[in-house]
Write a protein that binds this ligand. Structure first.
Ligand SMILES: Cc1cc2nc3c(=O)[nH]c(=O)nc-3n(C[C@H](O)[C@H](O)[C@H](O)COP(=O)(O)OP(=O)(O)OC[C@H]3O[C@@H](n4cnc5c(N)ncnc54)[C@H](O)[C@@H]3O)c2cc1C
Length: 312
């Protein structure tokens, strides 16, 4: 088994496939995910063996200077703000929820465990009849037709495999980068999230996870936006301590579902490549779903299942 990409999905797949080699394009480990990360179930903790904390999360909606109840209007405004389209988003329900929290260095823990079979600086460029082609010879394929799990963004995979027709789906804006700001709040230990559906501020969500404040925004923040977050969350911010990150692919806007499915099906049946994770499948899924998908892929990638799929 070969895995393309050592983001969180690729690392979880690597832990669940003890003989897999992981090929990562960047030259060293850089945690890709700085936005909020909460899990709906303990399954990712169970399969990786990394203990998670079970917590209760309290939520609110902040609109024009006041806390508000959920409504169809706020769902539509929030959805338009973060994706440009109208769909059901998490602002729909602000009841308290149970969530599971990974340690802050979760990604680094997984990377350390995989170091003996993880190859950095191997940017996959093509998948041909002789196997995987990259910019260098750091990886030598064991056999040409080993099953592959790809976690690379779907348009990157389309370029790599030469399926240019689906790239037309990406000619408009299909994902938006997001700005993430983090800071530690000394002495704090709560789990909260506030949603901001109003359009005149780029902030769409701010959260506290233990002592970590995470502000997510569609554009860089201004001073007024931080004042709004302080009022909405009931905190005083040390503004100098905020660290700024950019997440290049933030919220996804759907592409034509039939084209998306055909592309993923062709990758599997023609190249023995299985797509895994949010960006590879172009669906707003969570890492809990990724674990179920890895179980499915592991079953399907056994020869007989693969053959059946090919013949169907
Ligand atoms: C704002 C936001 C909030 C989220 N919140 C949650 C949450 O609360 N809970 C949850 O479970 N999930 C959440 N998610 C989803 C979660 O972030 C993603 O599922 C996960 O981080 C994505 O990891 P990945 O491994 O699929 O992709 P990536 O992290 O993008 O990893 C892909 C890897 O492939 C590498 N790569 C790219 N091109 C090549 C190439 N040609 N060759 C080799 N390597 C290459 C990249 O360098 C990268 O390391 C959220 C996502 C976003 C955007």
């Amino acid at each position: 088994m070969i895995i393309f990409g050592a983001g969180l999905a690729g690392c979880i797949a690597g832990i669940m496939n003890a003989d897999a080699t992981i090929l990562e394009g960047s030259s060293e480990h850089r945690p890709n995910h700085q936005a909020l990360l909460r899990f709906r179930s303990p399954i990712v903790s169970e399969v990786t063996g990394v203990p998670f904390e079970k917590v209760h999360v309290q939520k609110a909606i902040w609109f024009e200077g006041k806390e508000r109840d959920p409504s169809p209007r706020f769902t539509a405004l929030y959805s338009r703000k973060v994706t440009g389209g109208v769909s059901r988003r998490s602002i729909y329900n602000i009841d308290d929820e149970v969530r599971y929290i990974a340690p802050r260095d979760f990604h680094t823990i997984l990377i350390r465990r995989l170091l003996n079979r993880l190859i950095f600086d191997f940017k996959v460029q093509a998948v041909g009849v002789t196997g995987v082609v990259g910019e260098n010879d750091r990886y030598q394929p064991r056999e040409a037709k080993e099953p592959i799990i790809t976690t690379l963004p779907l348009p990157t995979m389309a370029l790599i495999t030469g399926y240019s027709s689906i790239l037309e789906e990406f000619s408009g804006e299909r994902s938006k980068p997001i700005e993430v700001y983090r800071s530690t709040i000394p002495g704090c230990n709560i789990h909260t999230t506030v949603y901001y559906p109003q359009f005149d501020s780029p902030v769409y969500r701010s959260s506290i996870t233990g002592d970590q404040l995470i502000i997510e925004a569609m554009r860089p923040l201004r001073h007024n936006d931080l004042n709004m977050v302080e009022s909405a969350m009931g905190i005083v911010l040390d503004k100098e301590s905020l660290k700024h990150y950019q997440q290049p692919i933030g919220k996804l806007t759907p592409i034509d579902d039939q084209q998306r499915r055909n592309f993923i099906f062709n990758l599997t049946t023609k190249h023995n490549i299985f797509s895994l994770g949010r960006f590879a499948t172009w669906r707003n899924i969570l890492l809990d779903d990724v674990v179920h998908d890895i179980y499915q892929i592991n079953r399907l990638s056994q020869d007989d299942h693969y053959q059946l799929l090919k013949e169907s």
